[in-house]
Every structure is written in structure tokens, then in C-alpha cells.
Design a protein around this ligand. Structure first.
Ligand SMILES: *Cc1c(COP(=O)(O)O)cnc(C)c1O
Length: 471
């Protein structure tokens, strides 16, 4: 006789939301979770920007699923140990407080659980992404017909740009091809080359001037040398906002060089391209509009929740040509191309939703105010630190300012920056400690709208005192 099938282990219903009525358990759960998050954000100033080690909850699922109260209690433990971007002293990195509309849209995005891979899995959201990327491209001055795709971070945006450039230039299988960028360009370019199967030497570094900007004359020299050596160029990458000091390469001059030589210009504007969104700040990235492709990261300054990066192209079709596969298991696209055909990522969330709603919440006036405030705070800190002749300031025209004592060697600057960072943390001020031009610096990123003049005065006081100990 055949044995009976085993009895189902669970007697409780599975915890999915009802499709037939407003599910009160779902509503309670989300309301409590929202409340917990609001309390966390609203008590940010009482905690350190960088919490100490916290207790982690159990990681493995138990035999039986947990009730919402237990889940929320476990969540709280993780929240207690999380980096605290809403603290006014969170000044270390390009990680601002989250915009409320962006948080709400992220929740809705999760609930919709659409998939940008294909239009039938994200009909309205695919259209939203196409429309908003086209608007952003136009706003940055790219020509009619420009557009792009959202990506999970600037690293991916840069990678996709280089893959598209390489294909357009017919270099897809040429192992000698190189990418030219300044020595201060972002490390993601090195990752991109590794993914593209190129050796580290394929990244050709060009010197920068005393302000950290790529030197166009040196670029011409490098391009001449490459030509003589017969090494083909995939793209020139200009940076609009370098990671340590926020320098902007001379985009118009570089664009002119690229046009004369028929080279692809990619602008890594992960930090700086947002300044091109409003007329009052556009001059800071003049020439951006001449790029073939642009990386822009609204996650880094505007408060759009992570991740929010886009690759924008003058001719978005070139991205589709680089990545389309035909998606044989999907209905054909009815709006242009599937999200999974116009970029590297396959299944991906509709990150465009939180960008769209966040930008709508700020409005153009709000975007300008975020940018104004950031630059204002950088100017204030610069004014507080400049009188100190023992300090060397390293900045640009944006909201980043790095500094280190003039007299110290590599080991001295390492010890000073380590000690001073700890002092600052005791004052609830979190700075980062980049290694730049052979020495450690302290770096303030002034994109946090909660930071007040008094915080910066306190910061300067601690830094000045650290130099007195030095001598
Ligand atoms: C942050 C940054 C990137 C990489 O962006 P992720 O979102 O961290 O992947 C690329 N370029 C520059 C200049 C950056 O500052």
C-alpha cells in the first residue's frame, strides 16, 4: 500500500497579504515599521553619526516564522547599529539624509514588486524611467533624443558607458584598447576595465593641475603618444567632481579635443552632474552638454535613497546596441526597448520611482536650495580653516573640502588624521580620512542640510586644537 503523503508542517496561514480585502495585519505591520523608522530618524541627533558595535539579532530562520512584533524588535537591533545619516554631524561621505518622498517611494516600489527587466513586468514604471531619463538628459543639455537608464550605482553607470563606447568604436575584441582619465579619476574605472577583460595598464592616467583638474595639454600629449604607439582609445573620461576634493575637469576644453580627434567623451559626474540640473549652478559643469555619456548619482547629494544613479547618453540607442540580447522569453517591447535590454542589469527594481517622487518633492527651487546650502557650508568651513597657516586645504568649487597639516610626512599625517578623527567623533562630528597625493587628509562632505554654522565652528575648533598639539 502506498504511504500517505506527509502532513503539511505548518498550520498557520502563510504571511502574504490578502488579495481580496485590505489586510489589517499588513496595515498594522507597515504602520508600526513606519513608526519605528520615524522614531529612528527623529532621534538621530541623540545618537552618534557612527554607532558603536551593536548586538546583532539571530540570522537564521527559525522552524516557525516570527510574528510582526518579534520581527520589528529584531529590526530595531540592526537599526541601532546602523550608520546614522540624519545626524547633523554626518559629514564623512557622499551619503546625505534620505528625502521623505524617496523613502515612501522605496516602500511602494517594494510593494509593487515590479521588474524593470521587461515592460510587461513594469508597464508604467518603464515609461516613467524612459520619460524621466530623457528629461534629465535634456536638463543637462544633451541633444534631442538623448536619454538613458537607471543603474544600481555609479560604478555600473561608468562600466556601461565604457562598454557602449568600446562597441561603438569597434574595439570590442581589441585587447590593446585603453581608457584615458586623470590620476584623480574614480576607482570604479579600474573595476570597469577588469570586467571588460583589460589589464590595469589600460587605464592611462593624465596629470592634474594644482586644483586637481585634468590638464588638457597633458591630455593632448598622452593622446599623441597613444596614436604613435598604435593604441586605440575607447574613451576619454573627464570627472565632474573628483572624490576627494570635488574638482571639475575642464569639460569644454576636453570635449573640444575629443571632437577634433573623434573620441568618445564620458563624463563621470557621479558627484557633480546634479549641479547641471538648475540654471543657477550650471556654470559649474559647463561643457557637460558636449559629452557622449554622463554618469549622474542623485543618491550622493540630493537625498534620493540608495541606490540612485543613471547613465545618460546623447544617443541612447548605442547603449541598447551594446546590451540587447532579444530577450527570447518576453513579449516584444511596445515602447522602445525593455529595461533589461538597455543596460547591463537584468532583473532590477524600479529605482526611478524614488528619484521621480524625490525630485517632485524638492521642486527645482528645492534642488537649487540643496545645492546652495552645500556650497555655502563648504565656504563657511573654508573660511574657518583658511586663516590657519599650518593647514593645507584641498578643495574645489563644490561641497567637498579636505585638509592636512602642511609640515607632516606620510606617517605624521596618518597619525594626525587618525587622532583628530577620533576627537571629532567624540564631538559627534564624523569626517573621512582619504589618502591623497601621498598623505592622509581629513575630508568634510558638506551635503548634509542639517549641519548648522555652530557644528562647523566646533569642527574648526577641534582641528585648530589638533595642530597646537602637533607643534
Ligand atoms: C561615488 C563615485 C562613483 C561610484 O559610484 P557608486 O554609486 O559608489 O558605485 C564613481 N565616480 C565618482 C567620481 C564617484 O564619486
Amino acid at each position: 500500500m502506498a504511504s500517505a503523503p506527509p502532513a503539511p508542517r505548518a498550520s498557520q496561514p502563510l504571511p502574504f497579504a490578502s488579495p481580496e480585502q485590505l489586510d489589517p495585519r499588513l496595515q498594522d505591520f507597515l504602520e508600526q515599521a513606519s513608526r519605528q523608522l520615524c522614531v529612528w530618524l527623529g532621534s538621530a541627533a541623540e545618537r552618534s553619526p557612527l554607532p558603536g558595535l551593536s548586538v546583532l539579532p539571530p540570522v537564521e530562520p527559525e522552524d516557525h516564522g516570527l510574528a510582526p512584533e518579534m520581527l520589528l524588535a529584531d529590526l530595531q537591533l540592526v537599526m541601532d547599529g546602523a550608520f546614522n545619516p540624519n545626524h547633523p554631524g554626518a559629514l564623512a561621505h557622499l551619503d546625505p539624509p534620505p528625502l521623505p518622498a524617496s523613502v515612501a517611494a522605496d516602500l511602494i516600489c517594494a510593494g509593487l514588486n515590479n521588474n524593470m527587466l521587461a515592460e510587461e513586468l513594469s508597464p508604467s514604471l518603464s515609461r516613467l524611467e524612459r520619460s524621466l531619463t530623457a528629461w534629465l538628459a535634456e536638463q543637462l543639455g544633451l541633444p534631442a533624443g538623448s536619454g538613458g537608464v537607471a543603474a544600481s550605482g555609479g560604478t555600473l553607470s561608468n562600466l556601461m558607458a565604457l562598454v557602449a563606447a568600446r562597441r561603438q568604436r569597434g574595439l570590442a575584441i581589441d585587447g590593446r584598447a585603453v581608457v584615458v582619465a586623470s590620476i584623480d579619476a574614480h576607482v570604479s574605472l579600474a573595476k570597469a576595465l577588469a570586467v571588460m577583460g583589460l589589464p590595469p595598464e589600460a587605464l592611462r592616467p593624465v596629470p592634474v593641475d594644482s586644483q586637481g583638474r585634468l590638464d588638457p595639454t597633458a591630455l593632448e600629449v598622452e593622446l599623441d603618444q597613444l596614436e604613435r604607439a598604435g593604441l586605440p582609445v575607447i574613451a576619454v573620461v573627464a570627472t565632474a567632481g573628483t572624490t576627494v576634493r570635488g574638482a571639475v575637469d575642464p569639460l569644454s576644453a576636453i570635449a573640444g579635443i575629443c571632437q577634433r580627434r573623434g573620441l568618445w567623451l564620458h563624463v563621470d559626474g557621479a558627484i557633480g552632474a546634479v549641479f547641471g540640473l538648475v540654471p543657477a549652478h550650471r556654470h559649474r559643469v559647463a561643457g557637460l552638454e558636449q559629452a557622449d555619456s554622463i554618469t549622474i548619482n542623485p543618491q550622493k547629494l540630493l537625498g534620493i535613497t540608495k541606490t540612485s544613479s543613471l547613465l545618460l547618453l546623447a544617443r541612447p540607442q548605442e547603449l541598447v546596441e551594446a546590451f540587447h540580447t532579444g530577450l527570447p522569453y518576453m513579449e516584444p517591447s511596445w515602447g522602445g526597448s525593455h529595461g533589461g535590454e538597455s543596460g547591463l542589469q537584468g532583473t532590477r527594481p524600479a529605482e526611478i520611482l524614488k528619484l521621480w517622487l524625490g525630485l517632485r518633492q524638492l521642486g527645482l527651487v528645492g534642488i537649487e536650495a540643496v545645492l546652495d546650502g552645500a556650497i555655502q557650508r563648504r565656504r563657511q568651513l573654508q573660511a574657518l580653516l583658511t586663516p590657519n597657516e599650518r593647514l593645507q586645504l584641498v578643495g574645489g568649487s563644490f561641497h567637498l573640502l579636505a585638509f592636512t597639516p602642511k609640515q607632516l610626512d606620510a606617517a605624521g599625517s596618518q597619525a594626525w588624521s587618525d587622532r583628530t578623527r577620533q576627537r571629532l567623533l567624540q564631538e559627534q562630528l564624523m569626517l573621512s580620512r582619504p589618502h591623497y597625493a601621498g598623505r592622509h587628509h581629513l575630508k568634510a562632505v558638506l551635503g548634509n542640510p542639517h549641519t548648522k554654522p555652530a557644528h562647523l565652528e566646533n569642527l574648526a575648533r577641534v582641528v585648530h586644537a589638533s595642530l597646537d598639539e602637533q607643534s
